[in-house]
Design a protein. Structure first.
Length: 296
């Protein structure tokens, strides 16, 4: 039986959380759970879709569903497990994950050092990175809406958490830079959200090729159409509607498919915040070769 924690709040961090070796995680995590995840029994052919939260995870899982049409294990319903046919590693019942058919498509927000890995198996990783200003805004709305965090703080309060890295999964920069350093590995495909927004079709093709599938141009068009923002927003399954009352505060009226644009940060960042943010961004990103477009 998986131990479910409620987490705790502190003077410094006013949302419910769990802290391990300085890293903030969602309250349902525990040391035992992290240990179980790092020892997760991978299988040859497993594909992990990895992101820092709010970077387009569900978008990529939808692309995978449209291309590969993975199925649920017998006796399990989509509602039984977050993500359904492309389950969420951190919250999954690991015995249930074991029953998924080859190849398994699993999503996760774990760091490069914590993600399950086995050099003797042909595991693949798709990492999606999104510019941190839009990630911060998207994460702010998400965290306010989540029941389990019991938090309804302000954007100003949140902005400081984000800069300090005291949000679930820790510092945005630590997280994506560790994945970026490994981007040239053969089994890792590193994609930017902003590039997908610009040209979804070429990314659908790229993802399919990376996973060994050659799509016809008709298929590429069909998948891209099914995975554009308005079609995903209109679909109650992709919009997480079935979990809505369980996961989100009733009053939040939160919609998972919120805006889906590049540049929404402009509606939130003050001039001072932008300056503070840019200082950190420059110090962390300089000479890494990684940069983002912040406006569409
Ligand atoms: P916003 O809150 O800025 O709208 P994740 O799945 O990693 O939690 O990311 C959620 C973010 O991805 C949300 O951002 C959501 O709207 C956006 N998103 C999901 N599907 C999308 C799509 N098809 N096109 C563009 N953005 C999408």
């Amino acid at each position: 039986m998986q131990e479910i924690n409620q987490g705790y709040k502190t003077e410094e961090i006013k949302f419910l959380h769990f802290r391990m070796d300085g890293l903030i995680l969602f309250p349902y995590m525990s040391e035992q759970r992290v240990k179980d995840l790092t020892k997760f029994a991978t299988k040859p052919g497993d594909v992990f879709i990895v992101t820092y939260p709010k970077s387009g995870t569900v978008w990529m899982t939808q692309i995978i569903k449209e291309i590969f049409n993975p199925v649920m294990p017998e006796g399990l319903e989509e509602e039984d497990i977050i993500g359904g046919r492309v389950p969420f590693l951190e919250e999954a019942n690991l015995a249930q994950l074991d029953r998924y058919q080859y190849p398994r498509y699993i999503y996760s927000h774990l760091s490069y050092s914590l993600i399950p890995y086995n050099s003797e198996q042909e595991l693949k990783y798709i990492f999606i990175a999104r510019n941190p200003r839009d990630v911060a805004v998207s994460y702010f709305h998400f965290m306010r809406a989540l029941k389990e965090l019991d938090w309804d703080g302000t954007w100003e309060e949140y902005f400081q958490y984000f800069l300090k890295g005291t949000v679930p999964y820790g510092s945005y920069f630590d997280h994506i830079l560790e994945w970026w350093e490994n981007k040239d590995q053969r089994n890792l495909l590193f994609i930017k959200y902003e590039d997908m927004k610009k040209d979804l079709e070429s990314h659908v093709k790229k993802v399919a090729n990376f996973l060994g599938e050659n799509l016809s141009s008709q298929e590429v068009k069909r998948v891209s159409e099914a995975c554009n923002f308005s079609n995903m927003k209109a679909d109650p399954r992709t919009n997480n509607d079935r979990y809505h009352d369980k996961i989100y505060k009733q009053e939040s009226k939160f919609s998972f498919m919120r805006k889906g644009v590049v540049g929404d940060w402009q509606n939130y960042f003050s001039e001072e915040q932008l300056e503070e943010f840019n200082k950190l961004y420059t110090s962390r990103m300089v000479s890494t070769g990684l940069d983002f477009e912040f406006i569409a």
